[in-house]
Design a binder for this molecule. Structure first.
Ligand code: SF4
Length: 330
């Protein structure tokens, strides 16, 4: 007889590891699947570690530009910030379905718990996700299956429904207890979702959607630095420490400008926008001065186009207008 086969979504957290372990203990041949989202809930190194612990293969899928369309126009709306959790689940599960078909598995499993998350794990959301991902009857949630309609695998006797669970709500103590009993180790501590749930990050993404962006990399790099929109064509991003200074330069585009203090250490700034005039560059230089330790003395700020490091010019900026700054921070 063909062994029951399943694709199990692995995020690196406890719940997906538990769901997977339950299936393994029921004799299911499990194939792990992990998604790398640009700002995702998932944790690749921990997912790899969990797959090794559970001795299952793990396929890793990197999500790309098309995921941004979900963030821009989610059918099911946003959660607390710009997190389109229901659409995000549907998007991922559509890919999981394709993998299920590719390896001729019987169903897809997730570590979802009824009522654990306010947006994506309420009863109606779980039902929408199952239907719209095309996995009707083929989406098993071992941790709360007893509270949901039986899946095809349960109806057909491939999975013993009695061995599944009825966890619900936000409490984690029972799940943690089960994790200890099943000896699940080194999982990601429970987090509150991805960067899209962060209101500051959400503001920056909305700004980029309004005024334009070049590619996914530009959106990913929104996590670093202070962002100031000078006008609809130009934006300045300033590093808050050495790490961010390096990241901003690493992710700068060919037509961006870099600005730094000439004689002192301070923030590195990236000016985004095409062909800035001197007035614009002077404003950007004032921001570099404002966010340095030398805001009250005369300093020189050097700038150069990233494409030509030899084309350096210097400015002696004035203090920035604080009212303008307050209104322009993103
Ligand atoms: S928090 Fe929501 S939008 Fe973000 S990765 Fe998780 S499910 Fe997707």
């Amino acid at each position: 007889m063909k062994k029951v086969k399943a694709v199990s979504m692995i995020s690196g957290g406890l719940d997906s590891a538990l769901a997977t372990k339950i299936l393994i203990d029921l004799g299911v041949n499990v194939y792990g699947l992990h998604f790398i989202l640009p700002w995702g809930c998932g944790d690749k190194p921990r997912s790899v570690g969990i797959a090794e612990q559970l001795k299952i293969p793990l396929k890793i899928i990197q999500l790309n530009e098309d995921f941004l369309e979900i963030v821009k126009n989610p059918r099911h709306g946003y959660g607390s910030a710009i997190n389109p959790c229901v659409d995000c689940r549907i998007y991922n599960l559509k890919k999981a379905k394709r993998y299920m078909e590719e390896i001729d598995a019987d169903f897809v499993a997730t570590g979802e718990v009824l009522g654990q998350r306010p947006m994506s794990q309420m009863r109606h959301s779980l039902a929408s996700v199952e239907k719209e991902s095309g996995l009707k009857g083929c989406l098993l949630r071992p941790l709360c299956a007893k509270l949901l309609d039986p899946t095809d695998a349960e109806k057909e006797g491939k999975i013993d429904r009695e061995k599944l669970h009825n966890f619900s709500g936000r409490s984690r103590s029972n799940l943690q207890q089960m994790g200890r009993e099943l000896d699940i180790k080194n999982y990601t501590p429970t987090g509150g979702g991805c960067l899209l749930t962060d209101r500051n990050f959400a503001r920056r993404i909305k700004d980029s959607f309004t005024y334009g962006y070049k590619n996914l990399d530009e959106i990913i790099s929104l996590r670093w630095g202070r962002h100031v929109r000078i006008n609809k064509h130009f934006k300045v991003i300033l590093g808050r420490d050495e790490f961010e200074n390096d990241k901003l330069v690493e992710h700068a585009e060919d037509d961006d400008f870099i600005l730094e203090l000439k004689d002192f250490q301070g923030p590195t700034a990236v000016l985004k926008g095409k062909s800035p005039d001197d007035k614009l560059l002077l404003t950007a230089a004032s921001l570099v001065k404002r966010y340095s330790k030398f805001r009250n003395i005369d300093v020189v700020v050097s700038f150069w186009p990233i494409a030509d490091k030899n084309c350096v010019r210097d400015f002696c900026p004035d203090a920035i207008n604080e009212l303008f700054l307050q209104k322009s921070k993103i």
